[in-house]
Design a protein around this ligand. Structure first.
Ligand code: DGL
Length: 271
């Protein structure tokens, strides 16, 4: 059993954004080994059809399974929204997506029972967050907005930039009209733009980082399956991407909040 506990948690995303989830995981579980895969050759997933995202998700999870992981965290909101079942069917181990934890955290936070959801077009069109919120609390109203430009702004590192403030105001204005008091950041990239998003929504709106909410669920899964790594050693964090790693390493350290070390290329699905 101790061998199983020391195996890594597998985390995957369409690209770099899932490092915000890894950041939350390393803060909550400083001794867990992690293998991360970012499909940088095929990002973005959020503008693609559910069929294509499902194909990619199957290839991504197969890569992680080949790295002998003990559980899987689907960091990508888009995959969690349209292809979680594909991952669950292949994995034969605990799988945690970001939608249900994010929805639960938002329901716990809202006082006025009015929740905003922002994400990629694929995530918003899937209505997965809205469905998850209503499953938990049927009397909560949800209002959604796709914010596709946020992904590029985060990749560029434009957290403190007038253009980001302007675009955030444009995207979020309709949600402020709906008098939301809670906003789900339903995309891996959005926590990086938290300042601009908070400025656009105003102080009365609680921002929910689905990645951070997911870390709590991962803890429950580790305990329920007796999978916590008991070792006090410095963990092994391994990063793989499907395109050449140069840009990933440069931008990724900002998402991750720490140095990344060696990032390796791992072609999947013919990339
Ligand atoms: N990782 C994606 C998500 O969380 C955002 C980037 C993309 O569109 O692939 O939805």
């Amino acid at each position: 059993m101790s061998g199983l506990r020391q195996k890594p948690i597998g985390v995957f995303d369409s690209g770099i954004g899932g490092l915000t989830v890894v950041r939350a995981l390393t803060q909550s579980f400083p001794h867990e080994n992690i293998v991360y895969f970012g499909d940088t050759a095929r990002v973005p997933y959020g503008s693609k059809s559910p069929q294509v995202v499902r194909e990619y998700a199957a290839q991504d999870i197969d890569f992680l399974l080949g790295n002998d992981v003990k559980m899987v965290v689907v960091a990508c909101n888009t995959v969690s929204a349209v292809a979680l079942d594909v991952v669950q069917k292949r994995a034969h181990m605990p799988v945690v997506g970001v939608i249900v934890p994010g929805a639960a955290a938002a329901v716990a936070a809202t006082r006025k029972k009015r929740i905003g959801i922002i994400g990629t077009r694929a995530t918003v069109n899937s209505k997965a967050y809205a469905h998850a919120v209503r499953q938990i609390a049927s009397d909560v109203q949800v209002f959604s907005q796709a914010c596709p430009l946020f992904v590029s702004l985060a990749e560029e590192g434009w957290n403190d930039h007038q253009a980001t403030d302007l675009i955030a105001r444009e995207y979020l204005f309709p949600l402020t009209l709906e008098k939301i008091d809670t906003l789900i950041l339903g995309c891996t990239h959005y926590p990086v733009l938290r300042r601009a998003i908070a400025a656009a929504t105003g102080a009365g709106v609680t921002l929910i980082d689905s990645g951070a909410a997911t870390a709590a669920d991962v803890g429950q899964v580790l305990d329920a399956h007796d999978l916590r790594n008991q070792s006090a050693q410095k963990p092994d964090l391994r990063f793989f991407v499907s395109d050449i790693p140069a840009k990933f390493t440069e931008v990724g350290e900002r998402f991750l909040g720490q140095r990344m070390g060696l990032v390796r290329r791992a072609p999947v699905g013919g990339t």
